[in-house]
Design a protein around this ligand. Structure first.
Ligand code: 5GP
Ligand code: ZN
Length: 141
């Protein structure tokens, strides 16, 4: 995608501070640094979001995330680490090239995510699950 900022980072047309890469993934410092050590793990080949990934891309980002998360833990000794990933504007996505945030966390760091719990009855969970199972299709390639 010619006008995609993360595609330009992957190709080197735009500068970034890289921490890790393999065939399908690139990890680099988030320019926004919500807390020190905040890293983005992105796919190299453009995919708008989670839905667009193939199996190799999904596996590469997951593996890179574990490896980089351990390195963040060892380097910054955060009290916790949040893995954040948004798909679509309504979910808060601002760069429409698939990426995962690895965000070191500290008590009282101001990072807030409202979690409006509903606790529906079991029958409703069964109904939701049946709808999702019906759409699983084949394993991703
Ligand atoms: P999203 O809101 O899509 O989950 O996250 C996008 C992230 O990309 C933001 O945290 C933002 O700081 C980061 N970002 C946006 N533009 C650039 C850039 O040019 N370079 C880097 N390193 N990060 C960027
Ligand atoms: Zn892109």
């Amino acid at each position: 995608m010619s006008d995609c900022v993360f595609c330009k980072i992957v190709t080197g047309q735009m500068p970034s501070t890289r921490v890790f890469e393999d065939e399908h993934s690139l990890a680099f410092m988030d320019i926004g640094q919500v807390n020190p050590g905040h890293v983005l793990v992105a796919v190299k080949k453009h995919a708008d979001n989670l839905y667009a990934l193939d199996g190799a891309q999904a596996a590469a980002v997951a593996r890179a995330s574990v490896r980089v998360a351990r390195a963040i833990r060892d380097a910054f000794k955060p009290e916790g680490l949040s893995v954040y990933q948004a798909n679509g504007k309504a979910a808060g996505q601002t760069v429409f090239h698939y990426h995962v945030h690895l965000l070191p966390r500290h008590a009282g760091d101001g990072m807030e995510l409202t979690w409006p719990v509903k606790n529906p009855p079991r029958e409703m969970l069964e109904d939701y699950a049946a709808k999702i199972r019906a759409g699983l299709g084949k394993p991703i390639g």
